[in-house]
Design a protein. Structure first.
Ligand code: DMJ
Length: 631
């Protein structure tokens, strides 16, 4: 009887707190997964090279091609180029992935071909944002990789040809910025500049996600025009924020007026947030941090509901659309860079749940109606979930994320792999495929999956990835101020051996009930938001004895029956939390050792975390019941 009870307890504990070391992800398994992803990459790449190159993208079902650069972002498919034969878009997008996979021979072959054949002197109206992240970003990143001696390229064969091409493209972008507001046109004809009667409608991402590529181009060429144009646009956009520090989704770039006032963290806005923060990392400008700081706070305050992010009206902060979109899945990855692991993990789990429910991520799911969006049931091989999974694994080394990666790899192979490459899914309920393989499948999806299982490319290097997955090195020469200035002088590295033990993402979310470890000499770790209840039995006499909930970042209150929890209170009880900053620094100190072996980019972000937790300490906290966290 006693043995039976003991077994039951052990089983129960294992279910609740699975031991990460029990994961089946040993190094052999990791290698096997890496090889599986490598095979996926080459299946896609070789089919593109055979059936589509030098056109833009592969049509994997018909094994043909599409010259789609002019179609990207062009929902109404207007003003499509007539005599345009492609710019080898997928090859450009594959360059950095080839280096990461260690295929320098193919990389060199591609560089040589592009150097000799690529021209942007084509009569094609393209989307500035798409062309920037895919083509300019692809070229600039590949140029840097080609000049990095550690990539073992044949010395002397590379003579900056990609940079010359990138500069030519950058020059063709400039007329788009020649506007009274400094906000760029969304569309530009590569040969003729801005077309007559061009639309003045653009998006927040379109104006606010240019700084990484154009900034890098300026730093590499010494021509400041690209960076200043992108910066002017970004500043103007920021000046259009509401008093709540929210932005809309679409705007008129000529008048500087908002068109769509509702926004969230998904389509039309996503990379704006991403670039504010990544620009701070890349260029070290305090200004970017200040903007991101306010923007992130506003997102957490107005869009976040438990693990999900809905949309809200920038003027009132009132919720507008309750939708989960596939693009939002990048957000946990960004939160990892910021250092907000607990929040990242919470949202990431929801996306994983949705992935498993449908087999892939549907483009849009209506949270309020608990159903798929009637016309957006597709999955175009998007990378966002793989991207966040990669970042979370880097931060935590929790093998669970590799299991998620394995699920993604298996789904992609079972539902989207066809003889001629990988096909998009038209409808996740039927898994009917569509004749299109987007270039980001090679630039991002395969890359992040590969890096999840083999991050040797990142060892001893410090890169940020653009929104299209192209790596850019964080160089001190590019930084306006060196990162050291951000490190508070009172921070110390904790030397204690035990504390260097890596925590998993889940162990960072220590709730009072999880404090089992405490008796075994192990350190308690808290999440960014979590503050323990004063008493371990959750019993309380007043609100001050209840801590802060790790999932919602909301303060717990004491119920009538004397239990700590998230209880519904009247609106007037909304109050500003002003927890002593020192508490958060202490929390951070305990988390810090768990990052010790992370790659430099993640370490670079750690010092920024102190700033973020200060931000979070001023988030107004509304105590209420949270919605159930499952679809
Ligand atoms: C990519 O082109 C980029 O990641 C972009 O920022 C958003 N959408 C696609 C992938 O889904």
């Amino acid at each position: 009887m006693l043995v039976y009870r003991f077994r039951t307890w052990v089983l129960l504990l294992l279910v609740i707190f699975p031991d990460p070391s029990l994961s089946h992800f040993d190094s052999a398994k990791k290698k096997q997964m890496r090889e599986k992803v490598r095979k996926m990459f080459y299946h896609a790449y070789e089919n593109y090279m055979t059936h589509a190159f030098p056109h833009d993208e592969l049509k994997p079902l018909s094994r043909s091609f599409t010259d789609s650069l002019g179609e990207l972002g062009n929902l109404k498919l207007e003003h499509l180029p007539q005599n345009y034969n492609g710019t080898a878009l997928t090859l450009i997008e594959s360059l950095s992935s080839l280096v990461i996979l260690g295929n320098c021979t193919e990389f060199e072959r591609a560089v040589l071909w592009l150097s000799e054949n690529l021209t942007f002197d084509v009569d094609a109206r393209v989307n500035l944002f798409e062309c920037n992240i895919r083509v300019l970003g692809g070229l600039v990143s590949a140029h840097i990789l080609a000049t990095d001696s550690t990539n073992r390229l044949v010395q002397g064969s590379y003579k900056n040809q990609l940079l010359v091409l990138a500069e030519d493209l950058g020059r063709r972008f400039l007329p788009a910025f020649d506007t009274p507001t400094g906000l760029p046109y969304a569309w530009i004809n590569l040969k003729y500049g801005v077309m007559k009667n061009e639309t003045t409608e653009t998006s927040t991402s379109g104006c606010g996600s240019l700084i990484l590529e154009m900034g890098a181009l300026s730093r590499l060429t010494g021509d400041p025009r690209y960076e200043s144009a992108a910066l002017r646009a970004l500043r103007k956009l920021w000046s259009m924020r509401s008093s709540l520090n929210l932005l809309g989704t679409t705007l008129d770039m000529e008048t500087g007026e908002w068109i769509e006032h509702s926004s969230g963290i998904g389509a039309g806005v996503d990379s704006f947030y991403e670039y504010l923060f990544k620009a701070h990392i890349l260029f070290g400008k305090e200004d970017f941090w200040r903007m991101f700081h306010s923007a992130y706070l506003a997102v957490q305050k107005y869009f976040r509901h438990g693990p999900w992010y809905h949309e809200a009206d920038m003027r009132t902060g009132k919720a507008t659309y309750w939708q989960l979109t596939s693009l939002q899945a990048f957000w946990p990855g960004l939160q990892v860079l910021v250092g907000d692991i607990a929040a990242a993990n919470t949202s990431h789990r929801e996306f994983v749940y949705v992935w498993k429910k449908f087999g892939v991520l549907p483009e849009r799911y209506l949270l309020d109606h608990q159903m798929l969006h009637p016309t957006e049931k597709y999955y175009p091989l998007r990378p966002e979930l793989a991207e966040s999974t990669f970042y979370l694994y880097q931060a935590t080394k929790d093998p669970w994320y590799m299991e998620v990666g394995e699920t993604i790899v298996n789904s992609l192979n079972s539902y989207t792999k066809v003889e001629g490459g990988f096909a998009s899914i038209r409808d996740v309920t039927t898994m009917q495929t569509e004749d299109h393989m987007h270039s980001f499948f090679l630039a991002e999806t395969c890359k992040y999956l590969y890096l999840l299982f083999d991050d040797s490319f990142l060892v001893d290097r410090n890169y940020i990835f653009t929104t299209e997955g192209h790596p850019l090195p964080v160089l001190s020469a590019w930084q306006d101020r060196l990162p050291e200035i951000y490190i508070p002088s009172n921070w110390t590295y904790v030397k204690d051996e035990k504390q260097t033990k890596r925590s998993s993402a889940m162990s960072l979310q220590v709730c009072p009930a999880l404090s089992l470890n405490a008796g075994h000499g192990e350190q308690l770790a808290e999440s960014a938001c979590h503050v323990l209840d004063a008493r371990s039995d959750h019993k309380c006499f007043g609100d001050e004895e209840c801590g802060v909930d790790s999932t919602s970042c909301r303060r717990r209150s004491c119920s009538m029956a004397g239990y700590c929890g998230l209880w519904l209170v009247k609106q007037k009880e909304i109050h500003w939390s002003s927890r002593p900053v020192v508490k958060y620094f202490a929390t951070y100190e305990r988390m810090r050792p768990s990052w010790k072996h992370s790659t430099p980019i993640l370490q670079t972000q750690l010092f920024l975390y102190s700033k973020l937790i200060v931000v979070q300490s001023y988030i107004p906290t509304i105590i209420e019941n949270t919605k159930p966290s499952r679809l």
